[in-house]
Design a protein around this ligand. Structure first.
Ligand code: ADP
Length: 395
């Protein structure tokens, strides 16, 4: 009996704190309409969309208020603790439940059924008025919390959609460019091979045909190298560590020279001995340097010498300069050459350089990630100088 008495006192105290505007008589009336429930953790007291007209006041424990997004994703809107109440919308308006309420811990609740409540409220109009006023204020606050939370999720979704759209457009661009870039040399090779097979190519014509086939094969090899670069651009794992710039350049140089079969080209390497180590993703930095060195080899058709130079700039920066004496680039194109798939070479040019136009895009992407920058200076017919500048504390 004593326990029951204590419980009734507890309920009165609870209702008094939850609804401070209610008079003592009203609180007592409400306490009579309620029944106490103990609910273990992880249980849905009710789910969004359920029917039900009870109001719940939390005495002990915590509950989560959860709403569902379109795709059945659960959004945690709020957590309620002792003296918090929920279920008021359906209680007042006979609507279905607007949210799911899940116990976070074991909870002691007072459940007030609408029918029991109305029976008391009929004889006590002030109870209804006061309770309505307070509950409506509560609903407004909860709505604001839900709207805020949904706005945050909405912004995140918008960003994800924009990302997806950009990826999708890049994907289509890659496929269209690739199919064109692969089909053109293959069609040419097939044409010449057919003519050779028919015996239609003899003497100088045969020489021209074989040269064209060799050039187109080179072009296909260039595309394959670019595809490998693209594949490596998004490594599954990035490994940030302190790296030695000279090791990076030597690896990039050897790979580029082997790929471009440029053993005959004279290369000057001048790497300052006192370069500090920098914090970097070594693999991607090798890719960036390799793309620039490959270009230096590629765009020097007469196998003119190239230079690789690394030194400390004033103000704690490291400069990696790659110089060639090749075909050069007009100043008007300096910005655009970093765009994906952008190439200066036009069909029918004197030299046919293989490539998809992604090497510089990748180099810039990597250098940006290291908080660095790439500069270019060049003159058509004289050569080009590409410089990667990295902060020493790149992170
Ligand atoms: P790719 O070399 O595969 O064509 P890049 O993105 O590396 O693609 O370069 C884009 C374009 O910039 C090249 O097609 C070329 O026209 C020009 N370019 C880049 N590097 C050089 C260079 N060292 N000398 C002359 N032109 C260059």
């Amino acid at each position: 009996m004593a326990t029951e008495k204590l419980l009734v006192n507890d309920i009165v105290q609870l209702l008094h704190t939850a609804f401070p505007d209610l008079s003592r008589n009203n609180v007592l009336a409400l306490a009579q309409a309620g029944r106490v429930r103990i609910v273990p953790p992880g249980v849905d007291i009710f789910r969004e969309g359920d029917h039900g007209t009870s109001l719940f006041v939390l005495d002990q424990g915590e509950v989560y208020i959860i709403v569902h997004a379109d795709d059945d994703q659960e959004i945690l809107v709020d957590t309620l603790g002792p003296t918090g109440y929920f279920g008021e919308m359906a209680f007042l308006g006979d609507t279905s439940r607007m949210a799911t309420i899940r116990t976070a811990t074991e909870c002691r609740l007072l459940e007030v059924d609408q029918t029991d409540f109305l029976a008391i409220a009929h004889t006590n109009p002030s109870l209804l008025r006061t309770l309505l006023r307070q509950i409506i204020g509560h609903i407004r606050r909860t709505d604001r919390a839900v709207i805020n939370e949904l706005n945050i999720k909405n912004d995140a979704l918008q960003e994800a959609y924009a990302d997806l759209e950009a990826q999708e457009s890049l994907r289509s661009q890659v496929i269209v460019t690739l199919s064109h870039e692969l089909r053109t040399p293959l069609t040419s090779i097939r044409g010449y091979l057919a003519l050779i097979n028919q015996g239609a190519m003899v003497g100088n014509a045969l020489k021209v045909a074989l040269e064209s086939i060799a050039r187109n094969v080179e072009r296909l090899i260039g595309h394959t190298n670019d595809l490998l670069l693209l594949y490596e651009m998004y490594p599954k794992t990035t490994d940030w560590e302190y790296v030695n710039v000279s090791d990076v350049l030597i690896e990039a140089f050897h790979t580029a020279r082997a790929i471009m079969e440029a053993e005959a080209t004279a290369v000057t390497m001048d790497i300052n001995r006192d370069l500090p180590e920098i914090y970097a993703d070594r693999r991607s930095l090798v890719l960036a340097a390799r793309a620039l060195i490959e270009n230096a080899f590629k765009f020097s058709p007469e196998k003119k010498p190239i230079g690789i130079h690394a030194f400390c700039e004033n103000g704690g920066e490291i400069a990696i300069a790659i110089r060639d004496e090749g075909i050069g680039i007009p100043e008007t194109e300096f910005d655009r050459i970093f765009d994906p798939f952008y190439r200066l070479e036009k069909e029918g040019a004197t030299h046919l350089f293989p490539g998809l136009g992604v090497g510089l895009t990748i180099a810039k992407f990597v250098v940006d990630r290291h908080n660095g920058r790439i500069t270019v200076s060049s003159k058509p017919g004289e050569g080009s100088l590409f410089t990667i500048i990295l902060p020493c504390q790149a992170a």
